[in-house]
Design a protein around this ligand. Structure first.
Ligand code: BJW
Ligand code: ZN
Length: 294
């Protein structure tokens, strides 16, 4: 671990272009459940029932209760040391005009924005729980930064019913079937509103995808490193960025509570693995960097 850490820190120090690809494990220490695995949100629900356009079309009451509860959890959570370390390293990179740093964030919890709103280098590729969008194709109503809770009075009991749901036992329970007229609706056309997140089968925001493509493909400055933090790497296109950075000659540093032994043993070329809680590992691994390399 120590040799790997030194090697990694040395590479980071000499890197000009770095991507941080982050997932649900980043916010685990803030008390927000991850998705997959024995302690994941999708332990007692199939993701297809909660995170597809069809699931919303079939049962908007169930899906809204799930997202109302997630909004409540996020509103009541704070960024942890891993969020703070990433912002510190971003700020270090920004001091040098020859360096670039990009955060590809799969999380929708808005925790980075509790450190600082409007971070241009932060790309929320799966959207944000606090964005609301109209479901009417001929209405383009979008509202950002809506932190009202609950959004309707019918949604107000969901968190009480789920108050014993923790990261250790994330069994979300819907409370009742709520009539569509009592779910959030569009102030312009009265159609149903939906959470501004990206579900399976939906396109990611095209502007962000194009900017990420340009960032990786820029032939004048190739990516030196991708930090892969708290993500299972199971979802496309987020997972594809790791291979693409490797193809450009960049190295990979994984921070996760679960890492394959061959990575930990240094058997995978150009890949470091650091096993543990990201909130503990990142301040340690990026420590020198935070203080300007000492
Ligand atoms: C810790 C830790 C600690 C824990 N410290 N670490 C076949 C049919 C249809 C579609 C597809 C298909 N094959 C591929 C696709 C494409 C599809 C896809 O990838 N599907 C896979 C399931 C196979 N992707 C899409 O549909 C995307 N759109 C797209 O591709 O458009 C073009 C297209 C359309 C149709 C067909 C083909 C192409 C959209 C994907 C949108 C994903 N959205 C979600 C929900 C967002 C809203 C919400 O939050 O509810 O995003 S899914 C969910 O997974 C969420 C997450 O951002 C994402 C990734 O999960 P993440 O973050 O990795 O969490 P976990 O739980 O999986 O992992 C946590 C990790 O942390 C673990 O490794 C732990 O060990 C670790 N950990 N504690 C450090 N303290
Ligand atoms: Zn509308």
């Amino acid at each position: 671990m120590n040799n790997q850490l030194k090697e990694f820190q040395n590479h980071l120090k000499n890197s000009k272009k770095v991507i941080a690809l982050v997932g649900a494990g980043l916010s685990a220490s803030s008390g927000l459940p991850t998705f997959r695995g024995s302690q994941g949100l999708w332990r007692n629900y199939n993701m297809i029932d909660l995170a597809t356009p069809d699931s919303f079309y079939i049962d908007p009451s169930l899906v809204w209760q799930f997202y109302s509860w997630r909004r409540y959890l996020s509103l009541n959570s704070n960024p942890n040391n891993s969020h703070k370390s990433i912002i510190k390293i971003l700020d270090q990179f920004k001091k040098d005009a020859n360096k670039q740093f990009l955060i590809i964030n799969q999380n929708v919890d808005g925790l980075f924005n509790k450190i600082r709103p409007n971070i241009p280098e932060l790309f929320d590729i799966h959207g944000n729980l606090f964005t609301l969008k109209c479901t009417n194709f001929s209405c383009n109503y979008i509202e950002k930064n809506n932190f009202k809770h609950p959004l309707t009075s019918a949604l107000k009991d969901v968190e009480n019913e789920n108050s014993n749901v923790t990261t250790k036992s994330p069994n979300f329970k819907p409370i009742k079937s709520i009539d569509e007229s009592n779910l959030p609706n569009c102030p312009i056309c009265k159609f149903l509103l939906r959470p501004g997140v990206v579900w399976f089968g939906e396109s990611l925001p095209l502007d962000l995808i194009t900017k990420i493509d340009n960032f990786i493909e820029d032939k004048f400055l190739m990516p030196d490193l991708i930090l892969v933090i708290g993500t299972s790497g199971t979802v496309y296109p987020a997972n594809s960025y790791v291979e693409r950075v490797k193809l450009k000659g960049g190295k990979v540093a994984i921070f996760n509570t679960e890492i394959d032994d061959n990575i930990l043993n240094g058997e995978i070329k150009n890949t470091w693995g650091f096993k543990g809680d990201a909130a503990e590992l990142l301040p340690l691994a990026l420590g020198d960097f935070e203080s300007g390399f000492g």
